[in-house]
Each structure stands twice: as C-alpha cells, then as structure tokens.
Design a protein around this ligand. Structure first.
Ligand code: TYD
Ligand code: MG
Length: 458
C-alpha cells in the first residue's frame, strides 16, 4: 500500500519545516507565514546516486596541482560589480542578488549581461517577470549595444535546464527572478519556499556541471531579509544586496557572503534615466550637497571595505517640549548615539539631555563603523554651541565611555582620501598619530590629535 506523502508546513519567511500549522513561526518569530505545502517531490535527487568511492571520484588531499592559484575571473564589464564580486565573476559560481522590488536589480543585471556580451562572451538573460519585448524595450531605453546578448522569457526550470544542457561556452546566466521559477514536479506555486529551493537547486546544479556563472535575482521583503530566496543563501557562493533609499539617486551593492572575496566591499551606482552609472569616487558624490558654515555638520572619513568614503554627519538639536526627549537617527546606530550623548554630557559638560536630538548621515548611506564616533561627537558639539566645524576638516576615531578617543584601522587610507578631496585638517586619535608605525600626514593635510573628547569640545 503506497503511503500518500505527508503534507509539510513551511515558513515562507525562513524556510523552517514544521509538522503542523501554527500562527507564528517559532524559528523566525514571523506571524502568518506558515503555509501547507505538499511533501517535496524528489525533483533532482531522484536520480540514482552513485557512491563516491565506486565512482572513482576520490582525490587525495596532497599533491594537488595549482591549488594555491586564485580562481579565474570573468570581468562583467561593470567595475563596481566586479569589485564586490571580488574581482569578477568566478566560472561555475552562483551569486544571489537580493533587493527590494523596484530598486534596480533587473537594470543592473541587464547592463552587466549586455556589457559582457559586448565583450564577446555568451550570456543568457532569462526573465520570468517580463516578456521578451519588454526586455528589448528596456535595453533600448538604456541604450545597450549588445546584439549578441541572448534574452528569453521563461519560468519553467525543466525547459531552461534542457536548453542549458546543450549549450556550450556560456559564461553567464542571469535568472530574473528566482521567485518566478517553476518546477512542475513540485506541487506548489512559484515563489513558495519549496519552489524556490527546488528550482534554485536545479539551476545551481546546472551551473556547477556546465561551468557557467549563475546570477539569481531575488526580491526582498521590507524587513530587509531575503524572504523566500533566503533558503538559497547556504547553497550559493555569494549573496549580495542591492540597496538604496528610494528618495536618493544612488544605489549600493553590498556583499553579505562571498566565498571568493571580501564581504565588506561595496559598489556605488547612481541612477539615471539611462540606467545605472558607476560612481568610482563616492566621496565627491556624498559631499556634493554639503554647505559649509552650518552648525551641526561634520565630515567623517569612513571606510567601506577597502575603500575610503567621506560622509557628512548632520546633527540638529531642538528644544524639547516637556515630554521625553526624542532621539531620531538615520544611517547610524541609535544605541551608539545615546552612548555618545551620555559621554558628552557627563565627561565634557555639554547640556544635551533637555533637547530633542536628530542625527542624519547625509546621502542615505548607513554607517556601521565605531570610527564615526568622533565625527558624530563633533557634529553634536557644534550643534550645541552653534559654532560650525571648520569646513576643511574631517574626523575619525572611536570614543570610549570615559571619553577617551580610541584608535581605528587604516588611518592612512582615510587621510589620503581626505587630502584627495581637498581637506586641510584631520582630527584623529592620538595613538594613531603617535603609534610605532608613525603616520606621515599627506601633503597639505595637518593632523590634530585628540586624546579625549573634551579636547575637541573645549
Ligand atoms: P528595476 O531594475 O526594474 O528594479 P527591480 O528589478 O529591482 O525590481 O528598476 C525599477 C524602475 O526604475 C524601472 O522602471 C526602471 C527605473 N530605473 C531607472 O530609470 N534608472 C535606473 O538607473 C534604475 C536602476 C532604474
Ligand atoms: Mg526586476
């Protein structure tokens, strides 16, 4: 008697499988995300699996030739994308690109696909969201000149797989998006965790066996987590997020996982009506709208991955109308702001507790470095006193609870960037300037060492 496959209850947010339905997923805490799905068909794994030993596929650990060589790379034709990938796309690797709907994922990948095709490589752009004519129209609007780029509208993974099985010399395949892909053998709708996982698995298997680089596009929910596609995170080689504030014209590609490169690299793009253009010098863009001589503003010499980025930090104090004071932060950590406010008040005697405090990292970038402390403190102190910080100064340094200013990494890269953009003075931790590897100030930049926050606010 054949047993009917038992139903499974799968959280559509995190992919956890539960034996029965419930209103809240205990694994990720989300409500109303658990959906009944039929037991997964053995789509790809139904084929007889040969034992590793009997297949004769064992390889000895020692004596491998060329093991230390870095993986080969294929340039995508978009430097900012290559940088985040770790120097280009690795053949047979799989990259998941996530981002909010409408953020520009299709535009970015169509541009990359076209650039690669224009360089003479075979590239397939497969869309499950748009018809071929729509993709053509988009390409025309973006003025992409790549007659060799192959585009297709398809959602059936078996069809896609049988096409790709017979193709040779394909360098890159873009699947836009994984949520539209559909395997007939899996009895649930496209976009469900079961479909995303099974379709993803099948496509990844193909990429590995045929040797092409695979880019899977995945839509993200507002919460910032890759929803359905999150179940693919551990199967792919790299996970990237395309982010940006809808109100701002620039977009940032950030690696969250990368087997072939660093995860702290970012690629910066500017949105135009002809698509995304690369921003090789983000500092100039982020500082473009800065106005000198305004109290409450300071320039932070930050670091994103290996790349120095100068950003404007803005602070505003408003008299509090008797309620609990407000602290609103955009682009920085609110816990850190509270800590700095306490240090400024207790150690430096600045009166802040009676005011509402607003802090903003101009341009929409999110700063995660503690090195921003000194710039934030300078902006706050300037807002309190009404004295603008000098327009030609940059700040970096971490602040401790006793008000001491602590050393941060890569001071020389930060200083060089400040000099490049015409800044004249840098406020930095004392130990950086006095350390064993004594810093040499770039020409035209004077260094002001700050040992304690009180030196800055005095
Ligand atoms: P799209 O690439 O379709 O976003 P996603 O694939 O992430 O959902 O972009 C959304 C819209 O924005 C689309 O109508 C095109 C437009 N757009 C531009 O006009 N210029 C740009 O530089 C970008 C990135 C998008
Ligand atoms: Mg799209």
């Amino acid at each position: 008697m054949s047993k009917r496959p038992a139903a499974r209850f799968v959280c559509q947010n995190c992919g956890t499988v539960w034996p029965k339905w419930s209103g809240r997923c205990e694994a990720c805490g989300e409500w109303n995300t658990i959906v009944e799905e039929p037991a997964e068909a053995r789509a790809a794994s139904a084929r007889p699996v040969r034992g590793v030993a009997s297949a004769g596929g064992g390889v000895k650990l020692e004596g491998l030739e060329g093991i230390a060589e870095p993986p080969p790379r294929i340039g995508t034709g978009i430097d900012e994308l290559d940088r985040v990938l770790g120097g280009g796309l690795v053949p047979a690797s799989v990259v998941l690109v996530g981002g909010d709907p409408g953020i520009g994922k299709s535009t970015l990948l169509l541009q990359a696909a076209a650039a690669m095709a224009a360089a003479g490589r075979r590239v397939l752009y497969i869309s499950g969201e748009e018809a071929v004519d729509q993709i053509r129209m988009r390409a025309r609007r973006l003025e992409l000149a790549a007659p060799g780029l192959e585009i297709a509208a398809a959602i059936n993974v078996v069809d896609i797989a049988s096409t790709l099985e017979n193709e040779r010399d394909v360098s890159m395949v873009v699947i836009d998006s994984i949520q539209t892909m559909w395997l007939e053998s899996v009895d649930s709708a496209p976009g469900t965790v079961s479909q995303v996982r099974s379709s993803g698995f099948e496509l990844i298997r193909l990429a590995k066996s045929r040797g092409f680089g695979l880019i899977l596009v995945g839509h993200v929910t507002k919460e910032g987590a890759l929803a359905g596609p999150r179940v693919l995170e551990h199967m792919v080689d790299a996970v990237m997020y395309f982010e940006g504030d809808r109100g701002h014209q620039f977009r940032i590609l950030r690696a969250a996982k990368n087997r072939f490169g660093a995860t702290d690299e970012i690629g910066v793009f500017e949105m135009t009506d002809r698509g995304l253009s690369e921003v090789p010098n983000p500092s100039a863009l982020f500082l473009a709208e800065r106005r000198g001589n305004v109290a409450g503003s300071a320039v932070f010499a930050g670091l994103e991955g290996t790349r120095p980025v100068l950003l404007e930090v803005q602070a505003l104090l408003a008299p509090n109308s008797g309620t609990a004071p407000r602290r609103a932060v955009v682009g920085w950590d609110s816990g850190r702001l509270n800590m700095l406010l306490a240090v400024l008040e207790t150690r430096c005697g600045l009166r802040l507790s009676g005011s509402d405090v607003y802090l903003n990292v101009a341009g929409g970038l999110r700063v995660n470095e503690p090195a921003a402390d000194l710039a934030v403190a300078a902006a706050l102190a300037s807002a309190v006193t009404g004295q603008p910080t000098s327009a030609g100064s940059v700040y970096f340094g971490e602040v401790g609870l006793s008000g001491e200013v602590r050393q941060v990494s890569q001071a020389d890269a930060r200083l060089k960037e400040a000099q490049k953009l015409g800044f004249e003075r840098a406020f930095l931790p004392r130990r950086v300037a006095r350390g064993r590897n004594r810093l040499v100030a770039p020409e035209g930049l004077s260094l002001s060492e700050i040992g304690h926050l009180a030196d800055l606010t005095a």
